[in-house]
Design a protein around this ligand. Structure first.
Ligand SMILES: C[C@H](O)[C@H](O)[C@H]1CNC2=NC(N)=NC(=O)C2=N1
Length: 95
């Protein structure tokens, strides 16, 4: 998987407006209604991540999930990060 250049990253970020670029990562926060819901969201994300074989870093703080995506094998941002970001947004929107 090839690293995306800065203009490609900016272009792809436009499609996932909840996400922000932080260096080699894109990050977003999901606020759930309560802690069990936050964990259910994490579980649904885990299923999608496994399907894609692409996994986020997840920092769970009560109802808030801080997510970070990067492609470790490539050492930065690739198409896979934006594909999973889009799946994560669908999951978040369903709760
Ligand atoms: C062998 C390698 O660990 C796998 O191909 C997957 C697992 N999940 C992954 N997740 C992320 N975020 N980046 C990777 O490079 C990655 N690689």
């Amino acid at each position: 998987m090839d690293l995306l250049d800065d203009s490609a990253v900016e272009q792809k970020l436009a499609a996932v407006p909840e996400w922000r670029r932080e260096g080699d990562e894109i990050r977003r926060t999901i606020t759930a209604s309560d802690f069990p819901t936050a964990i259910r969201i994490v579980d649904e994300i885990a299923v999608e991540a496994e399907k894609l074989n692409h996994h986020p870093d997840i920092d769970i703080r009560w109802r808030r999930l801080h997510l970070a995506l990067t492609t470790h094998d490539a050492g930065g941002l690739t198409e896979m990060d934006f594909r999973l970001a889009s799946r994560i947004d669908e999951i978040a929107a369903a709760h």
